[in-house]
Structure formats: C-alpha cells, structure tokens
Ligand binder design. Sequence first.
Ligand code: NDP
Length: 275
Amino acid sequence: MTDRYAVIGNPISHTKSPMVQMAFAQQTGQDMDYTAILGTPGGFKEDVDSFRRNGGRGLNVTAPFKLDAFRYATKLQEGARLAGAVNCLLFEGEEVTGANFDGVGLTRDIKHNLGFPMKGKRVLLLGTGGAARGALLPFLEQEPSELVMVDRTVETANALGEQFAEYGTLVTTGYEQLAQERGGYDIVVNATSASLRNELPPVLPSAFGAGCLAYELLYGKGLTPFLRLAKDAGVQHVADGVGMLVEQLAEAFEWWRGVRLDTAPMIKKLTVPLV
Ligand code: NDP
C-alpha cells in the first residue's frame, strides 16, 4: 500500500509542502502520497486520529497546530521538547514521535546553502516566538562566539536564556539596550513576525557588521522592511526563508523515508528575487 503523509494547518490553501514533498518522492523513487489537510480549530486530535486510522504515516504541522502537535506526541525529540513546539510527526503503531525541524532547516540553510558557518561568529537573533525558540539549540550547537537574542518583551528572552543555559551562552536583551551596545554582528536573523505586517523590528543599521548575512525568515515577499534596512546599510548578503522551508521539509522526508535529498533545485524553483 502507498504510504500516506500530509501537511496540516489552517489556513492551508497557500501551502507548498505537497508540491515539494511529492517532488522529493519523485526524485528518490519513493512510493508515497502527500496531501494537505485543512485542520479543524479545536479538533486537531480528531483530525490526526482519523488520518492515522486511514493509514497516515507522518505529518508536517504548520500554524496554528504546533502546540497541539506537541501535546499529541507520546515521545519528543530533544529539539522539539526545548522549542516547546512540534512541526513534524511520525506514527509507528501506538507511538507518536514529535520533532521540530524549523531551526535545523534554518541552520542548514545558513551554513551549507549560503556558506555562513556560525562557529566563532557573532550572531543576533531577533524575536522569541516559535521559530526563534526552535533555532536556539541548533544555533548554540554551531558554537558561535556570541549568540544574542533580542525581543520587545525582554522577560521572555530572559526566561529562554535561563532555560537554555546548559546548552551554551545565550545573551538576552531588549532593543533599547541592544542599540547602546556594540553592533557589528556577522549574522543577523529576523525571526520576528513584523514583516508579515510590513513592519520593521526596532533594530539599528549598526547591528550589521562588515560582510554580514541578513536573514529574513519570512519567504516569498521580496525585500521586506528588514532586508531593505540591511541593504540600505550596505549589507551585500541578504536571504529570505525559502531555503529554511525547503530544508525543514527535507529533514522531515529524511526522517520518514531514510533518504537524503538534493534540495538545491527546489530552493531555486521557489526563490522569489529579493528586489
Ligand atoms: P510568533 O508569533 O511565534 O512570534 C513572533 C515574534 O515576533 C515575537 O517574538 C514578537 O515579539 C515578535 N514581533 C512581532 N512584531 C514585532 C515588531 N513589530 N517588532 C519587533 N518584534 C516583533 O511567530 P513565529 O515564530 O511562528 O514566526 C516568525 C516569522 O518566521 C514569521 O514571519 C513566519 O512567517 C516565519 N517563519 C518562516 C518559516 C520558514 O520555513 N521560512 C517557518 C516558520 C516561521 P513579542 O514577544 O514582543 O510580541
């Protein structure tokens, strides 16, 4: 029987996951089916139970169900436990394992696709939401010389700093304090949702160091206010989250099917020019 997978979210009509995962299946000769499920608000458990009864083997999980998926899992990978959110599920009999590949995909994109290893570098992460939390462990594992997390709600950042203390040094701060400290970071990652509303997080041009990479998690929108700020500050290397999207889907595919993929053609296909 063909193995069944899907992405679940609400809304879901915009999703590129079925196109990407079916292209991966074709690329690697895997016999699988992958669809999109419009999740029912408040009905995640029933939707997933039904998918499993009908032969579902795994799910990609997108907004607003990452916390529901966290609760649904009977077993969590370390990254998902620390992020407090699950974006991928694997079903094996009664066991449901939850993983979170957002941060791993982001790190892989920055390091391998864009050629910016973090080891020994100064990294600035804007935001403390789900995507930023998922990035903390994979970022710390790269051993940057400094990882600074900044948020409007500094208490949230501070709490994360304490939670992640055993995994490395995470400096947490607010935007006002950041502006008074030395800038010049090697990698600046916008993991806020400000760009969704065409807003700019209150970061100064001095945050960008010489030869810096400015990375916007939102993808497919061209130059966001954050990327425009970076460009106006003279930053030559700017990227959006299309590579992160494809890489986290590839991580899920590898976890489910045991096959590593060449992600470059898909990233190229989905890239919207940053102009
Ligand atoms: P959340 O809603 O969980 O977190 C939002 C964060 O943004 C909070 O820290 C919030 O701060 C901050 N924020 C919102 N508006 C502003 C502003 N105007 N100035 C400063 N900070 C602001 O969002 P997610 O973590 O789920 O998503 C963040 C971004 O990442 C989105 O753009 C999303 O589209 C993108 N994303 C991309 C993925 C990819 O594959 N490329 C995958 C997942 C997400 P506060 O706490 O003060 O409210």
